[in-house]
Design a protein around this ligand. Structure first.
Ligand code: SF4
Length: 402
């Protein structure tokens, strides 16, 4: 028996179609599965069939046939009509859409013990629904009944560990009396301790339980230390962390010189720093703190929205219930980067005098998810900047992430 988690707002989702501010048929390379291509080939002879078959580009990659929807010179799927609607859907209905087109933004993933039905935050409507969901009484995802949870069996140690950590992570995020940055820091700190145990060959389920057991007490202590300003990130490390976040965003999000983000003082400061002198990292951190401080009162109006965003990010990317290649730290960092970049962009917007309204928030989220969060980009980035996988070195920087 599998425990099933479903993103509740999926029930409310309806594709915005021609009203979508940034539809998913533009800028993305969209594969067509063989089954649907064969279905197109079996259509009655005629103009429609020819038009659809002409809308794909077929290549050979490593001996495998790859079928992709062709794009026009503006990177729009050639099947997108002038009303912003799909002409295959309009003429033949949903049964003739390729799997990705039919299912996006919905995604289902499963392990031996769990199945998660969620959706990509790269869709503006999903981002809006997630941010706006009232989770004060009902969690963002359906949760298993006690009977289901008790019936859960863990067939092997790896499943037991991921199930245990998933419950621990949800329990930590549910401690809403502590600020979100404190909860994020705590998660990161425990992951570092577990990684150290693992590196020493001393990791086992009993040690894991022991480390995760006192989470309420630990959250209390961290929060107190932060409040009393006894615990702060090291300015040098924090400066380099935020510079990385900016640079990763610049590469992945393609921030360019003409964008609002680039024109802001913060981005100019970051962009102009090309060497790695200590006093410059201090300077970056000073700028970050000033921007964050200015934006904080407005950002705090959206506490539950950001908590929903983080919860959805974790579930979508498998943290900690289905870690990529079994690596919990990498999966966590993969979620933290877009979250941090979204904050950075919003701080900059406030710095430019923009008022944060719900639309500004979901707009920033879906754009970050559409570019930075989509595909294997972040893992590639982590492969090239492996210092980011040394979470223990910059764990305290996550206190500023929200
Ligand atoms: S991005 Fe979302 S709302 Fe927009 S067209 Fe695609 S599925 Fe519909």
């Amino acid at each position: 028996m599998k425990i099933e988690y479903t993103l509740r707002v999926l029930d409310e989702f309806t594709c915005l179609g021609g009203d979508c501010p940034d539809n998913c048929c533009t800028d993305w390379e969209i594969p067509v599965n063989q089954e649907i291509y064969d279905k197109w080939k079996s259509l009655p002879e005629g103009e429609e069939k020819q038009r659809i078959l002409n809308s794909v580009a077929i290549t050979n990659q490593d001996g495998q046939q790859v079928i992709m929807l062709a794009q026009d010179p503006e990177n729009r799927c050639v099947n997108l009509n002038s009303d912003g609607l799909c002409s295959i859907y309009a003429h033949l209905g949903p049964d003739y859409l390729g799997t990705i087109c039919r299912e996006y933004p919905r995604v289902s993933r499963e392990t031996e013990t769990k199945r998660v039905n969620t959706a990509s935050l790269s869709c503006p409507e999903i981002a809006r629904l997630v941010i706006s969901a009232d989770t004060s009484r009902t969690p963002l995802f359906t949760t298993p009944s006690a009977a289901q949870a008790n019936a859960l069996y863990a067939p092997d140690e790896a499943s037991f560990i991921s199930d245990f950590l998933d419950t621990w992570m949800s329990g930590t995020l549910a401690q809403r009396k502590y600020p979100l940055n404190v909860r994020i820091y705590y998660l990161a700190d425990i992951l570092c301790r577990l990684a150290t145990l693992s590196a020493q060959g001393a990791f086992d389920p009993a040690a894991m339980r022991k480390i995760c057991k006192e989470y309420k007490q630990e959250l209390f202590s961290i929060n107190l230390a932060v409040k009393n300003r006894k615990f702060r990130p090291d300015p040098f490390v924090a400066g380099s962390f935020w510079k990385f976040i900016y640079q990763a965003g610049q590469r992945l999000f393609k921030l360019n010189e003409n964008s609002n983000e680039a024109r802001s003082g913060l981005i100019t400061t970051l962009a102009s720093l090309t060497d790695e002198l200590e006093n410059q990292y201090h300077k970056i951190y000073e700028e970050i703190c000033a921007h964050r401080q200015r934006a904080r009162p407005m950002i705090r109006d959206f506490d539950s929205g950001f908590e929903n965003y983080l919860t959805a990010l974790f579930k979508y990317n498998g943290f900690p219930w289905y870690p990529t290649e079994g690596n919990y730290v990498a999966t966590f960092v993969r979620c933290i980067i877009p979250f941090a970049l979204t904050q950075l962009i919003l701080w900059v917007k406030v710095g430019e005098g923009e008022r944060l309204i719900p639309q500004t928030i979901w707009d920033a989220i879906y754009k970050v998810e559409r570019t930075v969060g989509h595909g294997p980009g972040i893992y590639k980035e982590l492969g090239e900047n492996i210092t980011l996988l040394r979470l223990d070195k910059y764990c305290a920087c996550l206190l500023d992430i929200y």
